[in-house]
Design a protein around this ligand. Structure first.
Ligand code: NAD
Length: 315
């Protein structure tokens, strides 16, 4: 049985990924590690308090549990990263390089590390953005993700390290709160709608961005990590897509369920970040190479979130 370590296990992706991995591999075989512990993980299993920058402690944990695969989900996200660019650079890069070195030295077998649509910038073609195109990211977060992608491919080509990566669009879940990204509005808006409050949106109404419902994101991680080695042909990071929408389109979708819901638009510094990102993504390579497909569109996602959010938060 595979032994798995998820670092960043209490975050938006980690909290849901741990559940799925524990369903697949058994609770005791999936170690959740994070700076902070969740009150409860849906399926029980080991938890270790961990600062990923403490390399010796990471190594001790890998040895203690005889870990094969590491899912590395720690990062300073796009909006937060702009507050302290050097911290974002150090955390995002040092943590990835530490794990790539462990894999190079045969200490772990496989790494999953997410990239982001933040690798693209204002010079990138906006519609149906290709896998390989002009990048030039504008944020420190995007710079760390693009540099990380280059390191992943380098370690694969040079040292045959089995690292797999996806360029996630904005992810929308209802089980946890987002961690400081530019697409966080698309989670917050559901909370305000259910509280019966007017939503103040930090992006303009017509800002179109690529987005994905969390169950699709979790499925994509499981799919790429179980794909045959030779089918994972891109070793920097795969473009990945599900839907694209604007704040106004999301608002009207929610209004179908909550007719009294109101929105105000007050763009802040995040507008500039959003303006530098694509409107939609061409993910043909993922669909061909390892059979990726998404299951949720805006309509389906919105009704599921409105139904299930009150089970996880009090309104
Ligand atoms: P998140 O901020 O919700 O979770 C990150 C977790 O890492 C948190 O639980 C935090 O406590 C933990 N952490 C922070 N510093 C740590 C440290 N030094 N040591 C150990 N743990 C630490 O982030 P997320 O949304 O779950 O994103 C996970 C990954 O996916 C990141 O690499 C992010 O860049 C990428 N990604 C996310 C999105 C999105 O929309 N959420 C989109 C694209 C890419």
């Amino acid at each position: 049985m595979k032994k798995i370590l998820v670092i960043g296990a209490s975050g938006q992706i980690g909290s849901e990924l741990v559940t799925k991995l524990r369903e697949m591999h058994g609770g005791e075989n999936v170690v959740a590690a994070d700076l902070k512990k969740l009150k409860k993980y849906e399926i029980d299993g080991p938890f270790e308090k961990l600062d990923i920058l403490k390399e010796k402690r990471v190594l001790d944990l890998i040895k203690k549990y005889d870990i094969d695969d590491v899912y590395h989900l720690v990062a300073v996200l796009s909006a937060k990263g702009e507050d302290n660019p050097m911290f974002a650079w150090n955390l995002n890069m040092d943590s990835l390089l530490e794990l790539l070195e462990f894999a190079r030295n045969g200490i772990i077998k496989r790494i999953f590390w997410p990239s982001s649509i933040a690798v693209f910038g204002t010079d990138t073609p906006k519609d149906n953005t290709p896998q390989n195109t002009i990048m030039n990211p504008d944020t420190v977060y995007g710079i760390t993700k693009l540099a990380g992608e280059r390191w992943c491919e380098y370690y694969f080509r040079k040292f045959n390290v089995d690292v797999r990566s996806l360029r996630f669009p904005g992810l929308i879940g209802y089980k946890s709160l987002p961690g400081g990204g530019t697409t966080d509005y698309a989670v917050d808006i559901f909370h305000k709608a259910l509280k019966g409050e007017t939503f103040e949106c930090f992006l303009q109404k017509n800002t179109r961005l690529p987005m994905m419902f969390m169950p699709d994101a979790i499925n994509s991680i499981l799919k790429i990590m179980t794909a045959k080695h030779e089918n994972v042909k891109i070793r920097s990071s795969y473009n990945l897509a599900a839907m694209s929408f604007t704040p106004e389109e999301l608002y009207y979708e929610i209004k179908k369920h909550r007719p009294e819901f109101e929105i105000d638009y007050k763009p802040d510094f995040r507008q500039k970040i959003a303006d530098s990102w694509p409107d939609s993504i061409d993910d043909t390579s993922a669909r061909i190479d390892w059979d990726w497909s998404h299951a949720y569109d805006l309509e389906k996602m919105s009704s599921i979130i409105l139904e299930n959010l009150p089970k996880h938060f009090k309104f």
